[in-house]
Design a protein around this ligand. Sequence first.
Ligand code: SF4
Ligand SMILES: [Zn+2]
Length: 415
Amino acid sequence: MHSNISIFVPHVGCPHKCAFCDQNAITGKQKLPHKDDVERACLQALGQVDDIADTEIAFFGGSFTAIPRDYMLELLSAAHKYVGEGRFKGIRISTRPDYIDGEILDILKSYGVTAIELGAQSMSDEVLTANERGHSAEDVRRASRLIRQNGFELGLQMMIGLYKSGHRQEDETFDEIMAIRPDTVRIYPVVILKNTRLAKLLESGEYKPMSFDEVLGLSARALGAFTEAGIRVIKCGLHASEIVEQDMVGGFYHPAFRELCEGLLYRQRMETELDKAEKDGRLTANKELVFAVKKGCMSKAVGQKKANIGYFEGLGCKVKVTEENGIGLYEVRLLDDAEAAHRYSIYNKKLIKRSKVCGCFYCGKIFAPDEVSSWINEGCGTALCPYCGIDSVLGDASGYPVTENFLHKMHERWF
Ligand code: SF4
Ligand SMILES: [Zn+2]
């Protein structure tokens, strides 16, 4: 599994003044790492990580290529020793798009850097200017092109909900990033820290941020669409930190922001599936709707504190989620009755005992529950048909009709 050895490099003496950045808070609280720190981190990781060939040394914290050159080279040469055959996979850095050119890329390449992340933040010049980024959208396009042409992995970071960014500007950013098709993306909803220009604009009423739900919706859309396009979303939401929790005066922060986005994505996709089924006349008057999702994604689909189940309950639908192989991340499939009922043919001992009538969807026989005398999977028990011996028994306590027609429909689907 991929892992990073993260080394935080505060942006020493940054000449910029982005409206959302509180350099004092960040640089004041962090110690500058030096070559010994890099070596110590690498040596420590060598003894700990499972797969060193899939581990990268990551210099994070802002604008790596804009820090004093000697200092940048000190850090890179310390890391370079640990990269290559039998050692770590490579080095990742993050930087500003206006600090990328051919010369810098040559240096980075010679020191084993393999991935470069750019703080694009927005692809609207209006928004970049209003937030005093000091670079243009064209800088992002140009730097992205150069990074690609030089064979590096490209990452883009975007911020959602910046000052003067409305839906049009958010769409512009989303569309352009999609068109650039970076290898990775980080999605950061804006967090307004005290002592920043954004905090002043917020206080004066000049900056009227979007609502949390709007930003959540935009972030979820980006997360879903980038994932589908094969762009790895390596971050969605700022991670919890002392700085954020103490110094935040506004904006969009939630300690589990990504999970919120994932829950929303699943809910939207379930709604789309329902609409389609309704239009195609596939919705039966059945008591529950069963959605299949990718294995391991049950909790994402159900939502935090089962929010999605509650949401559908509010609409009068009882929703269940089941996991299946062959379904992609964030994809959902509404099971039809014959598929959904199949869940009740496994570990069904209690259910069979509660049923009034049972049927077998292999041989089609209908019989009384007490005729079942053989079970597999001792304990929870899976009933075997008393006529054909197959584990395909459905009891009416499942809520599904034990009728000739329905058993036939299940037979067609499963055999
Ligand atoms: S966010 Fe802007 S002001 Fe802050 S360190 Fe990066 S470039 Fe400098
Ligand atoms: Zn049978």
